[in-house]
Design a protein around this ligand. Structure first.
Ligand SMILES: NC(=O)c1ccc[n+]([C@@H]2O[C@H](COP(=O)([O-])OP(=O)(O)OC[C@H]3O[C@@H](n4cnc5c(N)ncnc54)[C@H](OP(=O)(O)O)[C@@H]3O)[C@@H](O)[C@H]2O)c1
Length: 231
């Protein structure tokens, strides 16, 4: 059975990832903060839990050992480089050939060719300033984390999520290389399907070195513009 590690497993996205991974027969190591271990109670007989902060090198080193893939919920909490240090710990300690898959939002850009609306740019800027001032989160930290990943020679994929909603799975989201592409216009994905895309990426070598932006496959823009060429 293939072993994978999910870093940030106790969050909303993380728990969906754990379920999809188990459904596909993966053996799962899960990293989550000690105070959040209870959120994984439903899975405790099926997975191995490594309590600790996701930027703790020792915790990551133990959790990713012998894993064929490491999936990371990149969250920019606090103002102490949480995302960047989490990404670095994974890049430094995962097995040489492991698939590394990271989650983030649409505001990240791999090649600078995304076409963000004015409204989106203002919203990100505003949120960034407010969250940093209140010392809740540092959105630029997620940007730095992704730049570190983009510069690495590892087998990475950065999955860029649209706005999210809860609800039953609608199937694998549609992807495109650049925000601003018509197929992404609806800007909505079910959280469970974001998780499904992350898990599916493990076996999809076409996504190595890519930062796909995704949108729900049943959304209006996906139905109208997806030619299946991108899947
Ligand atoms: N929310 C959106 O609309 C949205 C949109 C696009 C992309 N994304 C991306 O999706 C991913 C997860 O998003 P989500 O909204 O679904 O959230 P989520 O699954 O709840 O994930 C949040 C993660 O952050 C951890 N966390 C929460 N507070 C923390 C703190 N103070 N210090 C350290 N860790 C903390 C959580 O762990 P605990 O269980 O320990 O709290 C969990 O692992 C992120 O990569 C995000 O960029 C989100």
């Amino acid at each position: 059975m293939k072993k994978i590690c999910i870093v940030g497993a106790s969050g909303k996205l993380g728990r969906y990832m754990v379920q999809h991974a188990l459904d596909r027969g993966y053996q799962v190591n899960a990293v989550c903060r000690a105070k959040s271990v209870h959120k994984l109670r439903a899975f405790e007989r099926e997975i191995q839990i490594f309590p600790g902060h996701t930027d703790d090198t020792e915790v990551i080193k133990n959790a990713v050992r012998c894993c064929e893939a490491v999936l990371v919920v990149l969250a920019p909490w606090g103002v102490k480089h949480y995302s960047t240090n989490t990404a670095k710990a994974v890049l430094d300690h995962a097995d040489d050939k492991a698939r590394l898959i990271f989650s983030c939002g649409w505001h990240i850009s791999l090649d600078g060719k995304d076409r963000f609306s004015r409204r989106f740019k203002v919203m990100v800027k505003l949120l960034s300033v407010v969250l940093r001032t209140l010392r809740i989160a540092d959105i630029d930290d997620q940007v730095r984390a992704c730049n570190t990943i983009f510069a690495s020679t590892r087998r990475w994929t950065v999955v860029r999520g649209s706005d999210l909603e809860e609800g039953e799975s609608q199937g694998l989201p549609v992807r495109s290389d650049h925000v601003g592409d018509k197929v992404l216009e609806s800007n909505l994905t079910r959280r469970t399907d974001f998780a499904l895309f992350m898990i599916s990426a493990i076996e999809n070598d076409a996504l190595v070195g890519k930062a796909p932006a995704i949108v729900g496959c049943k959304t209006e823009s996906a139905q109208k513009y997806d030619t299946h060429a991108f899947r």
